[in-house]
Design a protein around this ligand. Structure first.
Ligand code: 4AD
Ligand code: MG
Length: 462
């Protein structure tokens, strides 16, 4: 017989049919002569309750071994449940323990564990309600991203992870090398990169944007979705050293088109989470972030707010005493400023546009004022920036000048500049941080808890 998941069993009629359930025991209770096993296989949040009436002999021996965390196979019939809160249960006729989980050493006993403790056992935490729900929502969101963009005619481009170009020009890159660093250090000489694996310095990419722009200038609507790496020393609940990013790029699109796409995209993802992950979101609402579902629904109802950086700064300056870092024109907004603007002023997601060029990347289109660029960040309550994007500088002379002004190496960007030399177009794109999206739809507080194995400064376990 084909093995059904708990989720599949939940779709059946509780008409006394025979079923086999395989999963892990969440709890075991004895009530009078009966034993109740709550079995979970991760296919959904809820467990399947399996009831053993008066177990004896061999079955009683097996049940004695079926403690929290043990893997089991249970056979029985599916019947309507007399208990509140569940439609059906399994009246079990047999139980086989596949793998025991001794109570004195299994770390996940039936009690509330702190997120910090669970991070230390990241290999076992998917077996908790919270991390099971995070994994299912993450899976659904990844698929919804492709669904949305594919339906709009975007081509998925696989951009490289190893690169010689600094896509953001910020220098926060991890170096990739096969040189023997110990020997080099001892020799005291300078590094000869012609002897390195790629014959020159190479790095893990901070963004797929520059590479995806090349395909944009041929296929018009493209995106990349993959891991990106940042060697910034940011030890916060919003930063990872390895995170996933979705970067759509559209030819002939201006900043307003870019923002429209970003808004439709985020709303689609929120709608999908509400619709297809209802059980998991209800759990997050109840246990993690009260009011989550209400606030996500509210996002769907009204258009996102828009403001220029300069307008936002004027508002922030009026409330300067509310902040640790004093706001002034030219400051790169801190998360406290971003949160203030969303929560206190916009009451929801907010697009900020036209940032000072000094705090944004070299490739952004320069405005006629000589001071600002056609950038847009989408800010949301609770943690601030979820999307960063811009219209790109398509004018060769201005782009070259900006690269030189910033002290970046013009030769290294030769291929990127070719896109402006040959058939240049106005074009725009953005990056949605996948884990920031996960914080948004789950209400989880720390970005390290929405990716299976977080990488952050001094943290690369598992
Ligand atoms: O604003 P960022 O740095 O923009 C880019 O990388 C552009 N190349 C995107 C583009 O225009 N194609 O990053 C984009 C998004 C941020 O808004 C944030 O959601 C996320 O990526 N992000 C991070 N997420 C987790 N940890 C970090 N260290 C992050 N840095 C950025
Ligand atoms: Mg940004």
């Amino acid at each position: 017989m084909k093995l059904l998941s708990v989720k599949e069993i939940a779709g059946l009629e509780a008409d006394g049919r025979q079923v086999t359930v395989k999963g892990w025991v969440r709890t075991k209770r004895a009530v009078k002569s009966a034993v109740f096993l709550e079995v979970n296989d991760g296919s959904r949040l809820s467990n399947l309750q399996c009831v053993f009436e008066s177990p004896e002999g061999e079955m009683a021996e097996e049940l004695a071994k079926a403690g929290t965390g043990a893997s089991v196979a249970v056979e029985g019939i599916l019947i309507p449940s007399p208990a509140a809160g569940q439609r059906f249960e399994v009246r079990a006729s047999s139980c086989r323990v596949i793998g025991e989980a001794p109570a004195d050493s299994y770390p996940l006993q039936k009690k509330a564990h702190s997120m910090e403790f669970l991070r230390e056992i990241a290999h076992l935490r998917p077996r908790t309600n919270t991390f099971g729900a995070v994994a299912r929502v993450r899976n659904r969101m990844a698929f919804a991203i492709h669904e949305f963009l594919q339906a709009k005619g975007f081509n998925y481009i696989h951009t490289p992870l190893i690169t010689a170009s600094d896509a953001e020009g910020a220098g926060a890159m991890f170096q990739v090398t096969t040189l023997d660093l110990d020997r080099l250090a001892k020799s005291g000489g300078s590094v000869d990169y012609s002897k390195d694996f790629f014959g020159k310095p190479a790095y893990l990419t901070v963004s797929g944007q520059l590479n995806v722009e090349t395909y944009c200038q041929a296929l018009s609507r493209v995106y990349t979705f993959g891991p990106t790496f940042r060697a910034e020393n940011s030890n916060t609940s919003r930063h990872l050293s390895e995170f996933w990013m979705i970067e759509p790029e559209v030819a002939f699109a201006e900043l307003s088109d870019n923002m429209e796409l970003a808004e439709d995209f985020l709303k689609h993802l929120v709608r999908t989470a509400l619709c297809d992950c209802a059980e998991d979101l209800a759990f997050f609402d109840e246990r993690i972030q009260s009011g989550l579902i209400e606030s996500l629904k509210a996002v769907l109802d009204k258009p996102f707010a828009h403001m220029t950086y300069t307008e936002a700064m004027a508002i922030l300056e009026q409330s300067a005493s509310a902040f640790e870092v004093k706001p002034y024109w030219g400051l790169d907004l801190q998360s406290e400023h971003e949160k203030f603007l969303c929560e206190k002023i916009a009451g929801g997601p907010l697009f900020l546009t036209d940032y000072p060029k000094e705090i944004k990347s070299f490739y952004m289109k320069q405005n006629a004022d000589g001071k600002t660029v056609r950038a847009m960040d989408l800010l949301v309550p609770r943690f601030g920036e979820i999307i960063g994007g811009s219209e790109r500088e398509e004018r060769l002379d201005l782009l070259e000048k900006r690269i030189l002004e910033l002290g970046l190496n013009l030769d290294a960007y030769g291929w990127y500049l070719d896109l402006r030399r040959f058939g240049t177009t106005p074009h725009s794109g953005f990056g949605l941080g996948f884990e920031r999206l996960m914080l948004y739809v789950t209400g989880m507080a720390n970005i390290r808890d929405v990716i299976p194995f977080p990488r952050a400064p001094r943290l690369a376990d598992f």
